[in-house]
Design a protein around this ligand. Structure first.
Ligand code: NAI
Ligand code: MG
Length: 353
């Protein structure tokens, strides 16, 4: 099958890990007879500083012509925080209605986790983060700015339709997994939003009687997730809580360098976007220390999303095999450079499949 993929390497280690993912995809293409055409797009700090361009209509029109978007990372110390993150990444998620941010939390066999005694059997869940609303809508105001009486108001917007689409997706996902769904929120304090989330879960649940549904407050989740991840299968949560608990999930599964994600458009109105969950890591950019496995596994998620399950599984298997030999976080002691890891994963795909 043939596909057209938009590639946005971005900033910092984004281009490094993207190169790794593309090399692995090339190996997969040969073995599984896929034909993938890539179109590279300039975006990120350098492009912004040179042109002033962030997310814009022309770019959106071009990206819409592709089957999916593969994204590196964005953010740079030379650009004021938020400009690229809000002005590009969030803008894309919202414009392309990438309603679901799907983040598997899976401890692969042999991978180093900081949680003592944790085994892969106990850690295999999926976090479904609402990706377009909540506190990330960018609405708010500051009153009496720069005075002793300053008040900053940051709004969180939750719509029934926005919640419904991720909750519906989560139940469907749960039906294909262990039929267990957990709503994670803070409904004892965030009364308005929490009630709407719980109402929607309750009403969608009536159509999925086989799914076992429960509820956990987000603060308690930070305790349960590292200690007893086996309690969870599909966790559905809002944008902010999801952002936070998925980083925790990444730590449990072996570090930011191994965690993958998909930003899914559910109605086919625009492409979905796939990215490692880490950022641009300016502290290690250009050093060759970045672990490309998160980006490689995100490319596998992209192939699975496009219907290429066998190719996706091949990448996952090869990447996991390499992870066994790596410490959880990057550094001079990682033992293998970014390019070496990508090369080993690629050659394993070529020899094993
Ligand atoms: P970060 O994820 O870039 O880095 C956090 C820590 O993890 C750093 O010590 C980094 O060296 C390490 N790390 C990250 N990815 C790694 C990898 N693949 N291999 C080994 N170590 C890795 O988060 P940080 O430092 O908070 O943000 C840096 C920039 O990235 C900021 O501008 C931030 O806004 C942006 N960002 C962008 C995201 C995106 O593009 N979707 C997501 C998160 C942050
Ligand atoms: Mg985050």
């Amino acid at each position: 099958n043939s596909y057209s993929i938009a590639v946005i390497p971005g900033d910092g280690i984004g281009p490094d890990v993207m190169d790794g993912a593309l090399e692995v995809l090339a190996a997969t293409e040969d073995i599984f007879s896929l034909s993938i055409k890539y179109h590279h797009y300039k975006a990120g700090a350098k492009h912004y500083l040179a042109t002033g361009e962030l997310w814009n209509h022309d770019l959106a029109q071009q990206l819409r012509t592709h089957d999916a978007v593969l994204f590196g990372a964005m953010g740079d110390p030379s650009v004021e925080p938020g400009i690229l993150e809000r002005g590009f990444i969030l803008a894309m998620r919202q414009a392309f209605e990438q309603a679901v941010n799907l983040r598997p939390v899976k401890l692969y066999p042999g991978v180093a986790t900081p949680i003592a005694g944790l085994t892969p059997e106990r850690c295999d869940l999926v976090i479904v983060r609402e990706n377009t609303e909540g506190a990330y809508v960018g609405q708010g105001s500051t009153i009496h700015a720069n005075t002793p009486n300053t008040v900053a108001i940051q709004e969180s917007v939750n719509t029934r339709q926005g919640i419904e689409r991720v909750v519906e997706y989560s139940f469907k996902l749960a039906m294909n997994r262990r039929k267990k769904l957990t709503l994670c929120h803070k409904k004892n304090i965030l009364i308005e939003a929490g009630k709407l989330w719980q109402d929607v879960v309750n009403s969608v649940a009536t159509r999925y009687p086989e799914v076992n549904v429960d509820y956990v407050h987000v603060d308690a989740m930070c305790f349960h997730l590292p200690v007893a991840p086996e309690k969870f299968d599909v966790v559905v949560t809002d944008n902010l809580f999801g952002d936070i608990i998925t980083d925790l999930g990444a730590v449990i599964q072996g570090g930011l360098g191994v965690a993958a994600s998909g930003n899914l458009n559910l109605d086919g109105s625009a492409p979905s976007m796939f990215e490692a969950i880490h950022g641009s890591a300016p502290d290690i950019a250009g050093k060759g220390w970045a672990n490309p496995v998160g980006a490689i596994l995100s490319a596998a998620m992209m192939l699975a999303h496009l219907g290429e399950k066998a190719a996706a599984q091949a990448i996952e298997a090869a990447a996991v095999n390499v992870l066994k030999d790596l410490p959880a976080l990057a550094g001079p002691g990682m033992g293998m450079s970014t390019t070496e890891i990508a090369a080993v994963v690629s050659s394993q795909i070529r020899t094993d499949f």
